[in-house]
Ligand binder design. Structure first.
Ligand code: EPZ
Length: 418
């Protein structure tokens, strides 16, 4: 296993390019199961989770080709509809194979994703919607077994706006018989990116980007070309890096419109932010003001930036309150931040942070993808000595060469083998 070493105390400066969004690439690669032929996908990030979904789909019979930074995907010769536990256990997003496999093959056998560090993360809403569309589903020895001759359109209401649930049912519905209406659907940008790709394949989808999505099933789809949207969570992580170090950076190849809630909160914290069509310039404040946040479904403050923002508040002036409303256990980073001197008190889904003048370097342990990023950010501002972040395979799941990108912004940061 690798670890990342950081010597803090330097303001970030320079420019960084944002990679394609992991959480758009995963459903879009899965959607290639819906039609034969060669799909060409641009801006696929080089991440552990992308390698995982490719290896699962290769087991199913999908072929992949990499050509000058583009990923080509061909599912002409599917030979299985079973996603094995050994691979699914490493990435819950494998549940995104259920909808397209059921639509394409009429059958799917996917290991039921277990919980993860941040919560139980059930998939009951995915399954309930597929049953409403006529699928027979039963759980057996830890596997979801699903069968459907041909899925039928249905009226579906999601009790909670689930991102992958919305994406799974969109993929199941595009070739179902008749109309499917998804109400209380998720409207994250990644859902919209999948809808654009499905339309490029010939699907009839309207309403993506709102909480009601209408899909009229078509008889067949064709391979397409698509460019993935930039990763708003990666961009937000670098923005917080500039704010926490009092630096001044330019973020290129991003979509400021996907980050309005973070921009608002960082301005309240004292940062100067100017936005272009596909870039953001951020100047961190000399003194960080404390700001309260509450995570919400898009366009509210993203839960995937909560841990990173908490690192910023750990060195702000005064008290701040962070409420996590999406996942039941997404404060795991708190105990590690405390080891760096942060003053944080947890009370259920709320964390009360008393800003300190500074944090101290320490050996810390990554526990989940975004918690790892919060520890790197804390290391950038910790004084004296070096912060060692262990188990950074969590980071590699969702950030492409994060230490190289931070080094390109002037940070003293490198990777070592444990
Ligand atoms: C997606 O997870 C993202 N992952 C997560 O990013 C992100 O944190 C999350 O959406 C929220 O924005 C991908 O897109 C691959 P949900 P997802 O279904 O779809 C409950 C990262 O760091 N729920 O929107 O699994 C669930 O427990 C990851 O990149 C049910 O109860 O999240 C949670 O409380 C972490 N039943 C809430 O809904 C269901 O059937 C929202 O979860 C489904 C969800």
């Amino acid at each position: 296993m690798d670890k990342i070493i950081i010597k803090g105390g330097k303001p970030l400066s320079g420019m960084v390019n944002i990679s394609g969004a992991k959480n758009a690439a995963l459903p879009i690669i899965a959607a290639c199961l819906l039609a034969g032929g060669w799909h060409r996908l641009k801006r696929i990030p080089q991440l552990r989770d992308i390698r995982t979904i490719k290896s699962i789909m290769s087991e199913l019979g999908t072929d992949f080709r990499e050509e000058d930074g583009e990923l080509e995907v061909n599912s002409d010769n599917l030979k299985s509809y079973k996603a094995p536990y050994e691979l699914v256990k490493t990435m819950r997003a494998s549940i995104l194979l259920l909808g397209p496999l059921l639509a394409r093959c009429g059958k799917a056998k996917i290991s039921l994703p277990g919980g993860c560090a941040i919560g139980a993360r059930p998939v009951n809403l995915h399954l309930k919607a597929l049953v409403a569309m006529g699928a027979d589903i039963y759980l057996d020895h830890g596997y979801i077994n699903a069968e459907a001759n041909r899925l039928a359109g249905a009226e579906i209401f999601f009790d909670i706006p689930t991102v992958t649930g919305t994406e799974n049912i969109m993929m199941a519905a595009v070739t179902a018989r008749g109309r499917t209406v998804l109400r209380n659907a998720a409207n994250e940008p990644e859902v919209g990116d999948l809808a654009r790709m499905l339309r490029a394949m010939g699907a009839d989808i309207e309403g993506d980007g709102t909480d009601t999505i209408v899909i009229n099933g078509v008889d067949g789809l064709k391979a397409c070309q698509h460019e993935i949207i930039p990763d708003r969570i990666e961009a937000g992580t670098f923005m917080i890096g500039a704010a926490i170090t009092g630096g001044n950076i330019k973020i290129d190849g991003c979509q400021p419109g996907h980050l309005t809630s973070l921009i608002e909160k960082l301005r309240l914290a004292g940062a100067q932010i100017d936005t272009g069509d596909e870039s953001i310039r951020i100047q961190g404040p000399a003194h960080i003001e404390s700001v309260d946040i509450k995570t919400m479904p898009y366009p509210g403050f993203p839960t995937d930036l909560q841990a990173q923002f908490m690192s910023l508040m750990a060195v702000a002036d005064g008290w701040s309150m962070i409420r996590e409303t999406i996942f039941e256990n997404r404060f795991i980073h708190v105990s590690e931040l405390r080891r760096m001197g942060a003053d944080i008190e947890i009370n259920g889904s709320q964390a009360l942070i008393k800003g300190k003048d500074r944090l101290f370097s320490a050996p810390v342990m990554a526990t989940d993808l975004r918690a790892s990023a919060s520890l790197v950010l804390a290391g950038l501002v910790a004084e004296e000595g070096r912060t060692e972040v262990h188990r950074i395979y969590h980071l590699d799941r969702g950030y492409e060469a994060i230490e190289e990108k931070f080094r390109g912004l002037g940070a003293t940061i490198w990777r070592e083998r444990e």
